[in-house]
Design a protein around this ligand. Sequence first.
Ligand code: SIN
Ligand code: FE2
Length: 214
Amino acid sequence: MLDFFSEDVPWAEPLAEGAVILRRRARDEAAGLMTLVSEVSAQNPFHHRITPGGHRMSVAMTNCGNFGWSTDARGYQYSVQDSATGKRWPPMPERFRALAAACAAEAGFEHFQPDACLINRYEPGAKMSLHQDKDEEDLRQPIVSVSLGLPAVFQFGGFERGDAAQRVLLEHGDIVVWGGPSRLRFHGILPLKPGIHPATGAFRYNLTFRRAFR
Ligand code: SIN
Ligand code: FE2
């Protein structure tokens, strides 16, 4: 019998043209993803970076892949090495790459091959101010964002910082894909509310997959 009230199956929730939330899409494999996050962060520990303006980011970051995104006194950039350690970023696990490519395709972006994965760790109160992802070379490639652990309010706005933004709750296993006409929309995360999640404890993790260079 069909169960129309089942919450066990992922579903797609359109956000805007070129943008969709794949609800619960990563939930069944979340434990495996978290193990890989731990392996990456054992090699390159989470770190609160300092913006070019001298502010300590409330979100702690690490990366995996051929390139990593980071910020320091010189600015925001993708690099082969972590400027904080001088070492290359850990490789991107195949499972990460496959999940990002599959979700991009489900959202209508075929052949997405991420070369960078930024991993953000939010503690209570941590936030991400409205910004555009625009340091990538080929803006035809989408962004794939995987949320794990504590829920957070995602703001998804327009093309100017001051434009009205939708607010949607992102929960454990939700994946957002945005590209095409939505690629340069401003987005951010409101301050995380405290809580304890069975999969991640007192944190929220977010993985964003990008194609940094052609
Ligand atoms: C980001 O824009 O890099 C992070 C978004 C999120 O944490 O969901
Ligand atoms: Fe972003």
